[in-house]
Design a protein around this ligand. Structure first.
Ligand SMILES: *Cc1c(COP(=O)(O)O)cnc(C)c1O
Length: 351
């Protein structure tokens, strides 16, 4: 009935432990759909790993994790003087570490919460959020006016260029050192193990804390399997009509109804190969189903990605299976290729 994420529990936990063991100061990131696992489950796993801090993406995510993980909660989205940032449960205030990315926000935050905990985010080549070098120095001076403020470090959010960050981080570290802030922790994202080792050796007075989501939760794909259930199977002859739009079957085969649709994040896959007129003409000549307008789906049967008979429905999808293929039975499981960060599973089963 369900779109299910099945986790080989022993293998997954062994991977989580291995990452935590290899990354001192690890800050697990639990945000969005919880990388497919749900935020609550990741919060419990962070507690089980024994880390002292968990990062969430937004203020709105705090309630999901706060009752399941009792350490510090770093919010990755910068604090702003409006919206959810101003509605943090006072019971959580001492556990939350804000991210401050503008000098004016620093004064505003500390005006509202003089003992706020926060990291100062330095702008990186991503140009997402953050303070320039001058702004970082201005922020350092502003912190000096607030004796109860708790600066927890500087945050650097780097682009996804594994292995190519060292010179950028070294430049940014020069700005941090020049700011003469009383802090010793640098919170980083997307640095390789080798880059972290180099930085730790180059800046022994600082603690580098990697914030990791994907490589932690999804780093061992072999521990994960995504399946849909075959809900119905209908034999069709060429010309038989089916679906919301009453398309007709281009040849004999089977219409398969499987669990998983737009509500789960199942979408149309980009057509394979090139779509030039010439290749399209060649496909037409072969009588290929993609020429009949069928689009590749993420559902696999017998190791082959199958075609949608029509665009996915809200909770189910219709596939077209050509005559030659092995026909699964109602109740069988079929493999599905998904983007874990964009999929809402009906169930997560940890074996
Ligand atoms: C999402 C996020 C991360 C974690 O990214 P992954 O690629 O999933 O490891 C780290 N830092 C920041 C600021 C983020 O927004």
């Amino acid at each position: 009935m369900s779109l299910t994420l099945t986790v080989d529990g022993d293998r997954w936990r062994a991977h989580l432990r291995a990452v935590a063991g290899a990354e001192p100061g690890l800050v697990p990131v639990a945000k969005g759909n919880g990388y497919g696992f749900t935020l609550g489950r990741l919060a419990r796993k962070a507690a089980w790993l024994g880390v002292d801090t968990l990062a969430v993406g937004t203020y709105d995510e705090l309630p999901e994790v706060a009752s399941r993980f009792d350490g510090s909660l770093l919010v990755l989205t910068p604090w702003r003087p409006f919206g959810a940032a101003l509605e943090v449960d006072p019971a959580l205030a001492s556990r939350v570490i804000h991210t401050v990315s503008r000098v004016e926000d620093l004064d505003d935050l500390l005006g509202r919460q003089p003992d706020a905990r926060f990291v100062l985010e330095r702008l990186t080549s991503m140009l997402r959020h953050g303070l320039t070098a001058r702004e970082l120095w201005a922020a350092a001076r502003a912190v000096g006016d607030h004796p109860r403020a708790r600066v927890e470090g500087v945050a650097l959010h780097l682009p996804l260029a594994h292995g190519a960050h060292l010179s950028e981080v070294q430049r940014l570290m020069n700005d941090v050192v020049a700011a003469e802030l009383a802090l010793d922790t640098i919170w980083v994202s997307h640095l390789s193990a080798a880059e972290l080792a180099t930085l730790r050796a180059a800046y022994p007075d600082f603690t580098f804390r990697p914030r990791i989501g994907t490589d932690l939760w999804l780093g061992d794909r072999g521990a994960l399997r995504v399946t849909a259930t075959v809900l119905d199977v209908h034999a069709v002859e060429r010309g038989d009509a089916f679906g919301y739009r009453h398309r007709t079957a281009p040849k004999a085969g089977h219409i398969l109804v499987v669990s998983g649709g737009t509500a789960h994040g199942i979408g149309l896959e980009a057509p394979t190969g090139d779509a030039s007129l010439r290749s399209r003409a060649a496909t037409l000549a072969r009588g290929g189903l993609d020429a009949a307008g069928f689009v590749r789906s993420p559902f696999s049967i017998d190791g082959k990605q199958r075609l949608f008979a029509e665009p996915p429905h809200m909770q189910a999808s219709m596939l077209f299976l050509p005559h030659s293929a092995h026909v699964p039975a109602v109740g069988d499981q079929v493999d599905v290729r998904v983007r874990y960060t964009a999929t809402a599973f009906d169930r997560v089963v940890i074996d």
